[in-house]
Design a protein around this ligand. Structure first.
Ligand code: MTE
Length: 325
């Protein structure tokens, strides 16, 4: 299938020009060293291997293929991607997940897949890593709180995993659940949310080639604070759909209730498609701040479906997106 890339935001709008120019120089050097195809891949690795962009404590994921579905916008620094997070199981502040997620044990780990399917079962994280071709997918994550980052995920299409469990015609939605373990996730000792964190997708959204299960970022396995060892990433939806540290995936017939929708149904819907023309009741969704640019940088215009309208708008043809927010 031919899938177009989302329209790029000019890189100069995101990263200070000097930094951007330096990155282009690095990439050009890589291109000069090797043939074009190999060098493009090497360019990614070259940047990912910069000391500040890796963590010596985390395993490198081997044989990661670059994906044509990546955006070519400059990436948010690893420091920001792993230091400014939402993961309420470890606290409600942006710095809390990095500070507190050390208690999560992402190995061994397994995910139960059940519900309306012919072959329900369990899959271990090692089988997930070795059984599916891992790709680098650089996507912009647009949070409902009106900020965004560009993250080099490592992952694979969720649909590849779902197919193995042979969903039946009753499977109209997919429901996801995060680990429930207040020992490992101290934030669950407080009832800020109705634990475990839950999310859901319609079957066609789940099977869409842009929807991935992420196993890593910046070439290495996921840091705990980003949802180790396995989290969802749906690039045209607000970040809260990207459920972290998944332990259960269920095929269901009726639309599942997600955690934020259950908490505040007037503010958070099931679809959560990025939509600059439907504001959150308490703030505008027309623009967003790019993390890493500093507080005084201007805001960026938010695009419908986060820039992926060409690929996904047809999934919602005929739907009133003001009502189905
Ligand atoms: N998953 C769980 N289990 N718990 C959470 O609190 N927060 C969500 C989502 N997934 C959350 C979660 C929200 S609001 C966002 S914006 C993204 O994770 C943030 O992902 P990041 O911290 O990796 O950038």
């Amino acid at each position: 299938m031919l899938i177009q890339k989302p329209p790029p935001i000019p890189p100069s709008e995101i990263t200070p020009p000097a930094v951007w120019a330096q990155r282009r120089e690095l990439l050009k050097a890589a291109l000069a060293l090797a043939g074009t195809g190999a060098a493009l891949a090497a360019g990614g690795r070259l940047l990912a291997a910069t000391p500040a962009q890796t963590d010596p404590a985390l395993a490198v994921i081997p044989n990661v293929r670059p994906s044509p579905l990546s955006t070519d916008e400059p990436r948010t620094s690893r420091e920001d991607v792993t230091g400014y997070n939402n993961f309420y199981e470890f606290g409600t502040g942006k710095a809390d997940p990095k500070a507190n997620a050390g208690s999560l044990k992402p190995r061994p780990w397994s995910v139960v897949v059940d519900g309306a399917c012919e072959a329900p079962g369990t899959i271990g994280i090692e089988d997930v890593l070795s059984g599916f071709t891992q790709e680098e997918r650089i996507y912009r994550l647009r949070c409902v709180e009106a900020w965004a980052m560009v993250i080099p995920w490592v992952g694979f299409p969720l649909g590849d995993l779902l197919k193995r469990f042979k969903p039946t015609s009753q499977a109209r939605y997919v429901a996801f659940e995060t680990l429930l373990d207040p020992q490992q996730m101290p934030g669950q000792r407080r009832s800020v949310l109705d634990w475990p964190y839950r999310e859901g997708l319609r079957m066609d959204e789940a099977m869409h080639p842009l929807t991935i299960l992420a196993t890593g970022l910046y070439g290495q396995v996921l840091p705990n604070q980003n949802g180790a060892p396995l989290r969802l990433v749906v690039p045209w939806k607000y970040g809260f759909k990207s459920i972290k540290s998944i332990v259960r995936i269920s095929f269901v017939e009726t639309q599942p209730l997600n955690t934020w929708q259950a908490m505040a149904p007037d503010e958070y819907g099931f679809y959560a498609n990025v939509n600059p023309s439907v504001d959150h009741p308490r703030w505008s969704q027309a623009r967003h701040r790019a993390i890493g640019e500093g507080l005084f940088a201007g805001k960026h215009k938010t695009l419908p479906f986060n820039g992926y309208a060409d690929q996904v708008a047809s999934l919602y043809a005929g739907m009133d997106l003001r009502r189905n927010f």
